[in-house]
Design a protein around this ligand. Structure first.
Ligand SMILES: NC(=O)c1ccc[n+]([C@@H]2O[C@H](COP(=O)([O-])OP(=O)(O)OC[C@H]3O[C@@H](n4cnc5c(N)ncnc54)[C@H](O)[C@@H]3O)[C@@H](O)[C@H]2O)c1
Length: 273
């Protein structure tokens, strides 16, 4: 059985560990290193996995090492982990936004098989979306291992051109926040028209849940589903014309471009470390 160790036991690691256990991975094959005692003990209690305060101990003798720490913590970790990783050469999986494969190779060793991936927070409820990208040292079996870990929390797609990983981050990595911002705006708009907030929230929330499920379950293009809601000269048409007049596609494209640029900037700032 594949042994998987996590460095960093925060939100994303917790959702991946929970997803793996749900898919039948034995707790004995999972471990996590987390510096915060309270978070560490909670992970041990909840999932029955081994927990460590020391990253090196968690990284020893593992087949897969998942780096689930914030991007800015990453460069400093090489001093701690590089020797252990050079000895065992596990598959290294990084989920950090804006950290490139060449940087991971520089910090942790260029002989390592590395998968850079970008999940998102719906992974917490098994509805995540993840883009993955591998270096040339990753074997077909290791690709399957990486995919198995991320498939445990949602859908996965391999990205062949690493430069598109910043686009993945800007689309699905950050995307849940765009969606929540739209729900907030819908709720505020209804409240401004006099609706009680709790009513506005439940109607906006359930509308988004229903529309999201239709997208997934109907297999229809979003444009087709949109047209079905839009009666000629009706209420939806009035709203969509207002969106068009405010250049909604342009607003969204500019936001996604800003997030993409920020991913590249974050990587560039780590080059200075
Ligand atoms: N939250 C998201 O929407 C999201 C989505 C995709 C990818 N990511 C990426 O996932 C990574 C983790 O994000 P998160 O949201 O789980 O963050 P988080 O803050 O919840 O978790 C990070 C954990 O790392 C621990 N940590 C800090 N320093 C450490 C060290 N030196 N060694 C070991 N552990 C250490 C922290 O105590 C914390 O528990 C980030 O790199 C982020 O870019 C996040």
């Amino acid at each position: 059985m594949t042994r998987i160790a996590f460095i960093g036991g925060g939100n994303m690691a917790r959702s991946l560990i929970g997803g793996l256990i749900k898919t039948g991975v034995a707790a004995a094959n999972l471990r996590v290193a987390e510096p915060l005692a309270q978070a560490r003990e909670a992970l041990g209690r909840e999932f029955g996995i081994s927990t460590y305060a020391d990253n090196r101990q968690a990284a020893a003798d593992t087949d897969v090492l998942v780096l689930a720490v914030k991007p800015q913590v990453m460069p400093a970790m090489h001093a701690e982990l590089r020797d252990t990783l050079q000895r065992n050469r596990p598959l290294l999986i990084s989920i950090a936004a804006g950290v490139r494969i060449d940087q991971l190779e520089r910090w942790f060793g260029n002989l390592l098989p590395i998968v850079r991936c970008m999940p998102n927070t719906p992974a917490l409820i098994g509805a995540g979306a993840t883009g993955l990208c591998a270096n040339l040292r990753v074997t077909p079996q290791q690709r399957e291992q990486a995919q198995h870990i991320l498939d445990a929390v949602g859908v996965t797609r391999w990205i062949h051109d690493e430069s598109q990983m910043d686009t993945v981050t800007a689309l699905s990595g950050s995307g849940p926040a765009y969606f929540f911002a739209i729900v907030e705006a819908l709720e505020d708009a209804a409240v401004a028209q006099g609706m009680p907030r709790d009513t506005a929230r439940i109607l906006a929330t359930q509308t988004c849940l229903g529309a999201g499920r239709m997208l997934v379950e109907s297999n229809e293009a979003p444009s087709v589903l949109r047209q079905r809601v839009t009666s000629p000269n009706g209420t939806t048409q009035a709203a969509l014309e207002s969106f068009a007049a405010d250049q909604l596609p342009r607003v969204v494209a500019r936001a996604v471009a800003a997030a993409t640029r920020r991913g590249a900037e974050m990587a560039a700032s780590l080059d200075k470390d």
